[in-house]
Write a protein that binds this ligand. Structure first.
Ligand code: HEM
Length: 500
């Protein structure tokens, strides 16, 4: 047993009490991480450590705690050391966490340059028509049909991959979705599980399927790139076009394999996050009829034609829908898809005294070799920051005139534009209490795309359906998956009389 106990230095943060040495607090944390974080914060303060299946994890909570890891220097904290054995078998080699951080920063710049205003403008109508087809042809829900009840996350997952592939991923991926690609995605996704975050190379059948699917999917993308290079190109705004021809600063071009693996990374990064966010938003709208009605009125006011139909949504329009924006923002406050963001500690991190100090008046030190965990969802649900944090209240983001309020600026931290992914400098947004897209050098590059996708999909749904929860109570949360999902979240869609 002594060998299972991880030795601890005297200035290390307090360790959460646990009975079984190697197992540590795995069950307590795994079942409901937020309950764990809030209860431990009561006992130990903002900085504490716990044992998770043989690893020592130090949690740093609150905006200053988030800053400690998300704003940490490259010499102090490493995302690649924390994530590579989970992500590299899924994304493939040479990109994201299977390369030096400086290369990832350049890859993110390439992706960001692919998400131009022009590209996003071209995506809006494609997303809308894909959503319309999905509801009409796939779900068979039109103005005359009877109400139908669905497990909302399952249906949103189908729709999100359709809208992403029609736009960002490119038309070849969209065409293949009906056959080969869907199976490959399913097998690849089967390897994206918390167990693979904790252990390397587990001989699971799911991991064998994952490895086979990774190889095939990578070849599939490389095939697209090759045939595009040889043929006429009319693919305009998709990400493959944007990445072809990109060069690292040292003049080395992205290889076909790099592009293929980046495309897989983008697919995986956006799929469950946006599916979960759209699902939670719909569940809340189904629960809060008054807000769903107000959202419908916002659509009528902005897009309604005199004959009761609606005009199409454009990218610019989605920026002028304050209530829609507030609904998505509020959903992300309460249900940030990623509850724990990890970094490996490379060199000792002194904890500032403002974050709590041990009794001997020396400051804590988080030792090299530990993992540091940021949980921005804790500050996003903190009663010291927000009034009634457990109530889904989009109006908190609006001023009394219903306009997206200036107050939101103080919560939102850096926008994607403000973040400098380049080489050394990190934005100030790392100390915000609202960080569903992360902060600092690893901050999300997909935020604008995700907002567009969510706004378009929800606009279509709210125009055409009234929603009702399929269960008497609002669904609980499932924390056992990589992404925070609703547990048995069903919604009944009733077609409205006037539209479609
Ligand atoms: C990073 C959240 C959608 C691509 C992140 C991070 C978070 C996040 C929290 C930081 C991870 C870390 O610090 O370890 C979300 C949410 C989304 C979303 C809530 C939707 C609601 C997307 C989409 C894309 C995308 C649609 C692709 C177009 C990325 C990339 C990174 C990232 C490339 C950078 C990873 C890194 O630098 O380590 N996202 N994301 N995300 N996201 Fe997103």
């Amino acid at each position: 047993i002594r060998q299972l106990v991880i030795p601890r230095g005297k200035n290390q943060p307090p360790l959460v009490f646990h009975y079984i040495p190697w197992f540590g607090s795995a069950a307590y944390y795994g079942e409901d991480p937020y309950k764990f974080f809030f209860e431990c914060r009561e006992k130990y303060g903002d900085v504490f450590s716990f044992i998770l299946l043989g690893r020592s994890i130090t949690v740093a909570l609150g905006p200053k705690g988030n800053n400690l890891s998300l704003g940490g220097k490259v010499s102090q904290v490493s995302a690649e050391e924390a994530y590579t054995h989970l992500t590299t078998p899924v994304f493939g080699k040479g990109v994201v966490y299977d390369c030096p951080n400086d290369m990832l920063m350049q890859q993110k710049k390439f992706i960001k340059h692919g998400l131009t205003t022009e590209a996003l403008q071209s995506y809006a109508p494609l997303m809308y028509s894909e959503t319309e087809q999905f509801f009409k042809n796939e779900l068979r829900l039109t103005s005359g049909s009877s109400p139908k009840t669905f497990e909302v996350f399952r249906k949103m997952s189908e729709l999100i991959i359709l809208t992403a592939s029609r736009t960002l991923q490119g038309k070849e991926v969209r065409q293949a979705l009906n056959s080969r690609f869907a199976k490959l995605f399913h097998d690849l996704d089967g390897g994206f599980i918390p167990l693979n975050f904790m252990f390397t190379n587990l001989p699971l059948p799911a991991n064998r399927r994952r490895d086979k699917a990774q190889k095939e999917m990578s070849e599939f993308y490389m095939g697209i790139i090759r045939s595009r290079r040889e043929g006429e190109s009319d693919h305009e705004h998709d990400m493959i076009s944007a990445l072809q021809g990109c060069e690292y600063r040292n003049g080395v071009p992205l290889t076909d394999r790099d592009i293929a693996h980046m495309m897989i990374a983008i697919l995986m990064a956006g799929q469950h996050t946006s599916s979960a966010t759209s699902s939670w938003t719909l569940l809340h709208l189904a629960h809060r009829q008054d807000i769903a009605d107000a959202l419908y009125e916002e659509q009528v006011a902005k897009f309604g034609n005199p004959d009761g139909t609606f005009r199409d949504v454009t990218y610019e329009d989605t920026k002028e829908l304050p209530l829609m924006d507030a609904c998505i923002r509020e959903t992300l406050r309460m249900h940030a898809p990623i509850h724990s963001i990890y970094r490996k500690v490379l060199s000792d991190i002194p904890v500032p005294s403002s974050l709590s100090a041990p009794s001997e008046s020396t400051n804590y030190v988080i030792p090299a070799g530990d993992f540091i965990l940021a949980a921005p969802g804790v500050s996003a649900m903190d009663p010291r920051v927000w009034e009634e944090p457990s109530t889904w209240n989009p109006h908190r983001w609006l001023d009394e005139k219903g306009v997206a309020a200036a107050a939101k600026e103080s919560y939102s931290g850096a926008t994607a534009e403000q973040v400098d992914y380049g080489f050394g400098q990190v934005s100030k947004g790392t100390e915000s209490p609202y960080q569903p897209f992360g902060a600092g050098r690893h901050r999300c590059v997909g935020e604008q795309f995700a907002y567009l996708q969510l706004s378009v999909v929800i606009s279509y749904i709210i125009r055409n359906f009234t929603l009702k929860l399929g269960t008497p109570e609002f669904p609980q949360t499932n924390y056992r998956t990589m992404i925070v999902l609703p547990l048995k979240g069903t919604t009944t869609f009733t077609p409205r009389k006037r539209a479609i």
